[in-house]
Write a new protein. Structure first.
Length: 195
């Protein structure tokens, strides 16, 4: 049960870090600092997220990302840069959380969390590219605010209820696999334009 709690917590954090890394770190860190979250023993290493230096950097980066994410096309440019940063950040958080396990398990969990963050990032970035095609800016702005709320609530949920978060991660990965296959099939069937 301890292993599942650890896995649920870190993969849940990775899921939301793939959408907004800095807001995830800031949310979990502030909740820990002010006693809104009590870490289960398996996740006690995550207390590093409540350190003032971590909170200061995460707060600054969250503010920059909050503004960048509200501007159509700038959000997609930000996502392109963060295609590397978000999975790496999720992997580092996982590494901090599992640092006392068997090295083989550590590597497996770190890779899993990086992958989960990459898939949630890909889903977010792809959705934003589609929404940016709309000529009006309101759908982009609305989606950005929904993502903000989802990340704050989801990050708290991942630490407070790690077993439920693990179920959510599994559901997301299955849904992502199904949708990705359908999208790839449609792209292959689309007739190419020859000049």
């Amino acid at each position: 049960m301890e292993a599942l709690t650890l896995l649920g917590g870190v993969t849940g954090i990775a899921l939301f870090a793939g959408i907004r890394l800095y807001a995830t770190v800031l949310t979990v860190g502030l909740c820990l600092r002010y006693g809104l979250l009590i870490l289960p023993p398996e996740l006690s290493s995550l207390s590093v997220l409540s350190h003032p230096h971590v909170l200061a950097v995460a707060g600054f980066c969250t503010a920059v990302e909050f503004l960048a994410d509200k501007v159509p096309w700038l959000d997609s440019l930000w996502d392109a840069v963060h295609a590397f940063v978000r999975p790496a950040g999720a992997a580092l958080i996982a590494f901090a959380a599992v640092g006392r396990l068997d090295p083989a398990v550590e590597v497996a969990v770190v890779l899993l969390c990086g992958g989960v963050a990459f898939f949630s990032h890909a889903a977010k970035a792809g959705t934003r590219l589609l929404v940016n095609q709309s000529p009006e800016p309101f759908s982009n702005l609305l989606l950005s605010f929904i993502e903000d709320g989802l990340v704050v609530g989801g990050s708290y949920f991942a630490v407070a209820h790690p077993l439920a978060a693990l179920s959510l991660v599994v559901f997301f990965l299955v849904l992502f696999a199904i949708l990705a296959r359908r999208i790839l099939r449609r792209l292959r069937k689309k007739p190419s334009l020859k000049s």
